[in-house]
Write a protein that binds this ligand. Structure first.
Ligand code: C2E
Ligand code: MG
Ligand code: MG
Ligand code: MG
Length: 287
């Protein structure tokens, strides 16, 4: 980035060069301040979770995805797309994920005590965690501490996980599967999508990315790709989920194509834990 900025600055003259270095310092300064604030928030229970429901074709709630939230005094609400990359680069993703897993499992074990509401909880795992040899043990310990049936747990991974050592990745995924949890391929259809992953790795659920769902009601290329993914998942007996649904036409199209589960603002935005628990009871489990 430094080279690009310098080139652009030189092309525009001297004063701009100073502007660019100033700007670069400001950005790395802010990163350092965010990192410091994150360390404090990890110590002081500063992170919370929003839960976004996932429904079946009859809009019955079948699960919820745990999404990390961080509200700060100095920076306001910092979005995950901003703090997760910093957490990954600094290694803080390890303690952060432990906190999210613990809170998500505790919430799910409360929901499971409400009769008639056996729903799953999904947590996102960053690829960085697969460098930590103890991930399987950690997840196992947290599940048993929460007293949660492992069948109620889903772990979401992204395709970037396959860029690393695939032998190691495979053995970690197998270890997680042996705990009895379900493995979800998140954001499918973006990035490094390769169909061979679905075959080679023990994945149970494929989640079609929001970018393919957007515009799907106009039967564009995204619609054709989504249709192909759904039919592939049906042949391979994998559950297929669509994320980022914002209107009824998208829901109707995907349901007609045979998509199993649905998530998006159309159904519900991610909610604070208490609001989600209230919704679960007030709705009778159907949205
Ligand atoms: P994701 O796992 O694909 O989560 C879905 C994101 O899409 C969430 O954004 C959610 O709020 C948003 N979303 C859901 N429905 C809709 C919709 O209908 N329209 C639109 N425009 N957006 C929708 P969020 O919460 O900002 O999280 C962004 C990403 O940050 C997540 O993408 C996930 O990759 C990552 N993330 C969040 N929490 C965690 C975490 O605890 N650990 C890790 N490793 N990553 C996390
Ligand atoms: Mg996810
Ligand atoms: Mg996703
Ligand atoms: Mg996504």
């Amino acid at each position: 980035h430094a080279d690009v900025a310098m080139y652009a600055a030189k092309a525009r003259g001297r004063n701009n060069f100073q502007f660019f270095t100033h700007e670069m310092n400001r950005i790395s300064d802010e990163r350092l301040r965010l990192e410091a604030a994150m360390r404090v928030a990890l110590e002081q229970d500063g992170f919370s979770i929003a839960f976004q429901p996932k429904v079946d074709h009859r809009r019955r709630i079948v699960g919820a995805e745990a999404l990390a939230r961080w509200h700060t005094k100095d920076f306001g609400t910092v979005p995950p797309d901003c703090f997760i990359p910093i957490a990954e680069e600094t290694g803080l993703i390890v303690p952060l994920t432990e906190i999210i897993l613990r809170k998500a499992f505790a919430a799910a074990s409360k929901w499971s005590q409400t009769p008639g509401h056996a729903i799953t909880v999904a947590v996102n795992l960053s690829p960085r965690l697969f460098l930590d040899g103890k991930i399987v043990e950690h997840v196992a310990r947290l599940i048993s501490e929460a007293g949660l049936p492992p069948e109620h747990v889903e772990l979401e991974i992204t395709e970037s996980i396959f860029l690393g050592d695939s032998g190691r990745t495979l053995s970690i995924l197998k270890g997680l599967k042996q705990l009895g949890v379900a493995l979800v391929m998140d954001d499918f259809g973006t990035g490094y999508s390769s169909l061979s992953y679905i075959r080679r790795f023990p994945l149970d659920i494929i989640k079609i990315d929001k970018s393919l769902v957007t515009g799907i009601e106009y039967e564009d290329d995204g619609a054709m790709i989504a249709r192909a993914i759904i039919s592939l998942c049906q042949s391979l007996r994998k559950t297929v989920v669509a994320e980022g649904l914002e209107n009824q036409a998208q829901f109707d199209f995907l349901r007609y194509q045979g998509c199993d589960e649905f998530q998006g603002y159309l159904i519900s935005k991610p909610l604070p834990e208490q609001e989600f628990a209230d919704l679960l009871i007030a709705s009778g489990g159907q949205l």
